[in-house]
Write a protein that binds this ligand. Structure first.
Ligand SMILES: [Zn+2]
Length: 694
């Protein structure tokens, strides 16, 4: 190629940029000499007429792979300089590798063509503004991208094939180890196995990852962790168990003994080189071989654990957090949930006649999305009902069950004790080993002796710490419940109602007592108030309370009037009742004369049926119904009524008319009714047969 023909004085007046890149991938496939070869290019530029101070070397990208320009300052700087027209020549070893992504490469080519910048690699010199050169350079870029793709496909393909056979070696999760043949086995270290089993066992019992963490922390059980990299790689260190680790283990199907590959998928984000991982559903996993080796739990248990964890995630959203006991009068503050939408209810106080009244209100969604209140429930009534249930539940008879539970707890405590003793024993063994190593070292070798001594001291102090912890823990452990204790507990329990009802007991204390026993209370308002109590242990109790009668009516409407309304409602509409009551010189609770509205209010409050409902329950028919039965138009039926052929009455204040069923007042569901109808209206028989078939 005629190099001198392409290089002009104008090119030589500008800088020559040498782009040095040696990514980790290249280091694998080529030798380290490439850096030296890249610097050889510098000499060629000098031969073409550039002075050495005109040559700029960019090697910021050293050690970075060239798959994308994002995050690579060196490449971007090069593009910027070319664009500004300051560059006469770009040099690189196999220039197409300047940029591994085709788009980056073509952009550079275009800018070089516009700025009339030459490109030089080991094969020769190119002018991107010439079509043939640009075609060649474009091909080089495409080939280089293809090469990267093929390389990756070959690597991943090999891995995938191994995984499909279940032979791909992956770092065993904690609690597993690989045997000399590379098969997965349970970790031979008994203590590690014990810790993993304790984790699953605790979750089985408590059903919550958080409680597992709490259990390990309060019982002081340490959790093993394998150091993944560095000089101490593979070593086990013991420390506190954290929540994310529990979740990681509970979500990991490999603990069932399954071989699993491809549980996550990675994808690049638009911005930069960030990689996001997404957890896939089980049916999307690349490889799933159940029962490939021994496991800690069954597949069924794994699945039920997943379901539990999902349930918990709903239960512990921001809204569902319990709030601590505060001073307000509402006993269940912070414990009540809405049975309709599942959100936590809030307490609203208002004063009526100087008395604080509390309501449980579901208003969160209403506040957030401006919808009407979901439900509002009377506080006092619910508080009393729950208190009654609690006092009834905590009685000497239920106590015997509790004492049995104590026994179970003690058994678990023994298990924890075993794990903790193992921890101390292990620390002691390690200290003894360190001591032996120290004693065996030659005293001449000062450095070694010093470090061994330090090591021994560390082990001794950690042993001492563990022993102290163990002693402290054992001292705090509950001793078994003696006869005397049982007697004392029984007495306490029988005292509870007295303490509870004592007016000197502050509300806050009552709330705390309640919180010891109750997890939460779910309320639903329908025809009655349904109260579902969830106890600490997970058991539930449901009770019902009638809806409250509004306070004003409760005190104001005299019972005698209510009874009169009840009696009159069987033969009069609300307006008629009001007239009757007024005629008897009676007055309402507020000393008003009665109106249709007041009567209706009294009726609905005390559950008294209206006249029309009463008649309907007696089998009375509407005009269309009786017209259909008789096979006439309903205006005809009305005329019959007006002429006295049929018996009809005005059943409500809007003027609706009900007809007495032919044959007198009988309940509609009466089995003999239809027969009688047919006898009376023979022409209707065929029609009612059709209906009867329905
Ligand atoms: Zn609600």
């Amino acid at each position: 190629m005629n190099a001198s023909g392409k290089v002009t004085t104008e090119h030589r007046a500008r800088h020559a940029y040498l782009y040095v890149r040696q990514s980790s991938l290249r280091q694998v496939h080529e030798n380290r000499e490439s850096t030296a070869r890249q610097y050889d290019l510098k000499r060629r530029a000098q031969a073409l007429g550039w002075t050495s101070d005109q040559i700029v070397v960019i090697d910021e990208d050293l050690g970075q792979s060239g798959a994308s320009a994002a995050g690579r300052n060196g490449f971007q700087r090069l593009v910027a300089e070319v664009g500004l027209g300051r560059v006469g020549l770009v040099m690189g070893l196999e220039v197409s590798r300047l940029a591994r992504s085709s788009t980056d490469w073509h952009r550079l080519l275009e800018i070089c063509a516009l700025a009339e910048t030459l490109i030089l690699d080991e094969d020769g010199i190119y002018d991107p503004s010439h079509f043939n050169d640009r075609l060649l350079l474009g091909l080089k870029g495409a080939m280089s991208e293809a090469e990267l793709h093929v390389l990756r496909a070959r690597l991943i393909g090999g891995q995938l094939n191994k995984a499909r056979r279940g032979e791909l070696w992956m770092r065993p999760p904690l609690g597993f180890a690989s045997d000399p043949e590379g098969r997965m086995i349970l970790d031979p270290d008994r203590q590690i196995q014990g810790a993993v089993r304790a984790l699953f066992e605790t979750f089985r019992r408590t059903g919550s990852a958080m409680r597992v963490v709490r259990h390990f922390s309060t019982e002081g059980i340490r959790w093993p962790r394998r150091i993944p990299t560095g000089p101490r790689a593979g070593e086990i260190v013991w420390g506190p168990l954290d929540h994310s680790r529990v979740l990681g283990i509970l979500h990991n199907p490999r603990y069932t003994g399954a071989f699993v590959y491809g549980r996550t998928r990675q994808r690049k984000t638009v911005i930069g080189d960030q990689v996001r991982y997404r957890r896939l559903k089980q049916e999307e996993w690349t490889v799933f071989l159940p029962n490939a080796h021994e496991g800690y739990i069954s597949w069924e248990e794994f699945e039920s654990n997943q379901a539990k964890l999902i349930g918990n995630a709903h239960g512990y959203g921001a809204d569902r957090r319990k709030s601590p006991a505060r001073d307000g009068a509402a006993l269940l503050q912070g414990l009540v949930l809405c049975g309709v939408c599942g959100l936590r209810l809030t307490v609203r106080y208002h004063t009526t006649h100087g008395r604080p009244i509390s309501d449980y209100v579901c208003q969160r969604r209403g506040i957030q999305t401006a919808q009407p209140l979901c439900q509002r429930l009377p506080g006092d009534r619910i508080d009393d009902a729950v208190a009654a249930v609690v006092l009834k539940a905590v009685n000497p008879a239920s106590l015997d069950v509790a004492l049995e539970v104590f026994e179970e707890l003690r058994r678990r405590q023994a298990e924890v004790d075993r794990l903790r003793r193992a921890q101390v024993d292990r620390a002691r063994e390690e200290a003894e080993l360190a001591q032996r190593q120290y004693l065996l070292a030659r005293p001449e070798n000062r450095l070694v002796v010093d470090s061994l001594e330090r090591h021994w001291n560390e082990k001794l102090s950690s042993l001492r710490q563990l022993e102290d912890e163990y002693a402290r823990w054992s001292k705090n452990q509950q001793s078994p419940v003696t006869e005397q204790d049982q007697e004392r507990i029984r007495k306490l329990v029988s005292d509870l109602p007295r303490v509870w009802n004592d007016p000197r007991t502050p509300v806050r204390d009552r709330k705390r007592m309640l919180r010891l026993l109750i997890e939460d209370v779910t309320l639903v308002r329908s025809e009655t108030i349904q109260i579902h109590i969830r106890w600490k242990g997970g058991a539930t109790t449901s009770v019902q309370q009638p809806l409250p009668i509004l306070l004003p009516d409760q005190v104001r409407t005299p019972v005698a009037i209510i009874e009169q309304v009840r009696a009159l409602a069987t033969e009069q509409t609300d307006a008629q009742i009001a007239r009757t009551l007024n005629a008897r010189w009676l007055r309402s609770g507020r000393d008003h004369s009665f109106t249709r509205v007041i009567v209706r209010h009294i009726r609905t409050t005390y559950g008294i049926r209206s006249y029309i409902d009463h008649l309907r329950s007696q089998g009375w028919l509407t005009a269309p119904e009786i017209a259909a039965q008789m096979g006439v138009h309903f205006t005809t039926a009305k005329r019959f009524a007006a002429e006295g052929v049929l018996h009809a009455v005005r059943a409500d204040d809007r003027g609706r008319i009900l007809f007495e069923p032919p044959g007198g007042s009988v309940p509609r569901a009466h089995p003999g009714k239809r027969l009688r109808d047919r006898r009376r209206y023979p022409q209707l028989a065929s029609k009612s047969d059709e209906r009867g078939a329905v």
